[in-house]
Design a protein around this ligand. Structure first.
Ligand SMILES: O=C(O)CC1=CCC(=O)O1
Length: 259
């Protein structure tokens, strides 16, 4: 097993139900900044950096999706949380889906945003090669173009700069290893095993993982609900923070006071 230091932040009351938020490829836990204050009014909100990202370490690879799940389970154990609600976006959503399928007793409610059960691998394999040869910096502008709609990006250059900086700061090899995780993802058989009440969120204009990917997830999980956010691209939680935060709270609050 590979040793990993997972960097995390806790917000909200220590005795409240735990909500874990898992970031997308190239981002950090800072991508959840618009959601944390409202969630932390009634949840113990745990944001963390996926290995290879932000302030978490980048152990030697290869990585598997189960390694990323093991990191969340270890984090929950460290926090003394037997059970938590889990939300993840894109790669974070893939991690959340595998966690919910593999460890159903650890997951209360599940929210999966802008994610996929079976991404097209080639682009991520190409990106891993590019990150290893030239670093993440040259990739950042193209990747962030898919995270926000063009109109929103044009109106928010400071946000674009902040998101590009997250990618530039990612460890080149850690980022490449996580691209390879995405390329290998096939969660189609996991979906039927998921028993957690599930909310699926799409960015209606997401060019990275377009809405059919989220439809497949929602169709595969019994009782899942699907919300489409528009205008919204790959990070709809940034472009439509009120709508996405409201959808998350509505989904989580339906659990009552327990995870
Ligand atoms: O980075 C992208 O282009 C989109 C993406 C796929 C998996 C993920 O986490 O982000």
């Amino acid at each position: 097993m590979t040793a990993v230091e997972v960097s995390y932040t806790e917000d909200g009351p220590a005795d409240a139900p735990v909500v874990v938020l898992s970031n997308s490829l190239g981002a950090t836990r800072g991508m959840w900044d618009p959601q944390v204050p409202a969630l932390a009014e009634r949840y113990r909100v745990v944001t963390y950096d996926t290995r290879g990202h932000g302030e978490s370490s980048s152990p030697a690879g290869p990585y598997s999706l189960d390694d990323l799940v093991d990191d969340v389970v270890a984090l929950l154990d460290r926090l003394g949380a037997r059970r938590a609600h889990v939300a993840g976006l894109s790669l974070g959503g893939m991690t959340a889906l595998r966690l919910a399928a593999r460890e159903p007793d650890r997951v209360g409610r599940l929210a999966v945003l802008a994610s996929s059960a079976k991404p097209d691998p080639q682009g991520f394999l190409d990106r891993a090669v590019a990150a290893r040869s030239g670093g993440t910096a040259p990739l950042a502008p193209t990747v962030v173009q898919r995270w926000l709609t063009p109109a929103y990006a044009a109106a928010h250059p400071e946000l674009v700069a902040r998101l590009e900086a997250m990618i530039v700061a990612a460890d080149d090899e850690g980022y490449a290893l996580c691209c390879e995780v995405v390329a290998a993802v096939d969660l189609r058989e996991d979906l039927a095993r998921i028993t957690a009440p599930t909310l699926v969120v799409s960015g209606a204009e997401d060019p990275a993982l377009p809405p059919p990917h989220q439809q497949l997830i929602a169709d595969g999980i019994a009782g899942a609900s699907l919300v489409s956010v528009s205008p919204g691209a790959h990070l709809p939680n940034l472009e439509q923070p009120l709508e996405v935060t409201g959808a998350l709270l509505g989904h989580l609050d339906a659990a009552g006071s327990h995870a």
